[in-house]
Design a protein around this ligand. Structure first.
Ligand code: SF4
Length: 351
């Protein structure tokens, strides 16, 4: 079972190839694609497929499924964090967030992460493996099914900001984005999809040229290389000026606004001089800065900035005409930051 190809991982064209190889009509691919993307995981429920074809599919293919290990809803019920078991016993997490304009899912693109950001729980055990496009899609389908059970609207926006660095799993991530965008399936608009990167410069250029026109978020977290290298390993490979240059290229090429994520860490990157340096760095770039009060991770030493420092930092950016918002903190009571729920679960399991 485990080694059978996963139908969720296939594009419409790939499904057509499957049917051609089975001497079946290629139009069957559209029927199957629709069922799969509606979240139907049982061939028997695919009422417009002939029984003989269902049997062939059952014997040669699987429909990837995630097993729910834990579901934690925030006290206001607007944020729900899910922990899922994959077929190889790896664990991933994702979180749904209900806004005025719809339901957004923050999903994982890798099991673990090898980027080593010093404030992040996802990277503690390094990278276990990449997720397939089908496993990313399975997160959306599993959460949609849960939301329906709870009379909530389905996912209409995605942020690739959970565990993993999306651009470190480039091909699978691009395939996934095309799958969820397909009008025969979930039909999620590119404008409703945001990919977050810690700054893999060459891949930022590749993504800009991909023609997807999704939103780009760049985890900057520092106004200069010295501080960035202290908190983000990736900054040793790519300088901050090169990250900004790649982000400008992305904006010029796609017309999509770039957001810079800036987690304020007490005593590290949250002083007024850091805010002024950030303004100089971004001057003339029509971008957006998202200031994030750090979500502290128990076993990591980085601490959240004081409310006064957060306010002063934002005031300076605003006074220099930078478009800035403070990220709404959702789900703090359910280990909202990526990697935290999994870490807490594993800790409990190990006793
Ligand atoms: S913040 Fe993102 S890129 Fe950095 S270690 Fe965590 S998951 Fe990886």
């Amino acid at each position: 079972m485990a080694n059978k190809p996963d139908l969720l991982d296939m594009t419409l064209e790939e499904l057509e190839q499957v049917f051609v190889s089975m001497n079946e009509k290629p139009y069957r691919a559209k029927q199957l694609f629709k069922w799969l993307h509606k979240g139907t995981a049982d061939f028997e429920q695919m009422t417009d497929l002939p029984q003989a074809l269902k049997e062939k599919l059952k014997s040669g293919y699987k429909i990837g499924r995630l097993i729910l290990l834990q579901r934690l809803a925030s006290s206001d019920k607007r944020t729900v964090k899910y922990l899922y078991l994959l077929t190889d016993n790896n664990i991933i997490e994702c979180v749904s967030m209900q806004y005025e304009y719809g339901m957004t899912l923050c999903l994982s693109t890798q099991v673990g992460c090898r980027m080593g950001c010093s404030f992040c729980a996802s990277t503690t055990g390094g990278l276990a493996r990449n997720l397939t496009a089908g496993e990313m899609l399975a997160q959306v389908l599993a959460v949609n099914s849960d939301l329906s059970e709870h009379n909530k609207p389905n996912i209409n926006g995605l942020v690739l900001m959970g565990c993993g660095e999306p651009l470190d799993n480039y091909d699978n991530v691009v395939k996934f984005i095309k799958l969820v965008h397909d009008p025969l399936g979930l039909n999620i608009g590119y404008r409703n999809i945001t990919l977050s990167t810690c700054g893999l410069v060459p891949k930022m250029y590749t993504l800009a040229d991909e023609g997807l026109n999704i939103n780009l978020a760049v985890s900057l977290h520092a106004p200069n290389d010295n501080i960035r290298r202290d908190i983000m390993k990736i900054a040793h490979a790519f300088g901050i000026e090169d990250v900004i240059k790649a982000a400008r290229y992305y904006f010029d090429k796609t017309g999509r606004r770039v957001t810079f994520e800036y987690a304020l860490i007490s005593g590290i990157n949250d002083r007024p001089e850091h805010a002024k340096e950030l303004c100089r760095l971004l001057s003339g770039f029509p971008c957006h800065v998202n200031v994030i009060p750090l979500n502290e991770v128990k076993h990591l030493s980085r601490k959240r900035s004081s409310e006064d420092s957060i306010k002063a930092f934002i005031d300076i950016l605003q006074s220099k005409g930078i478009n800035v918002t403070r990220r709404r903190e959702m789900g703090l009571d359910i280990n909202g930051a990526c990697g935290q729920l999994k870490a807490a679960y594993l800790e409990k399991e190990r006793g």
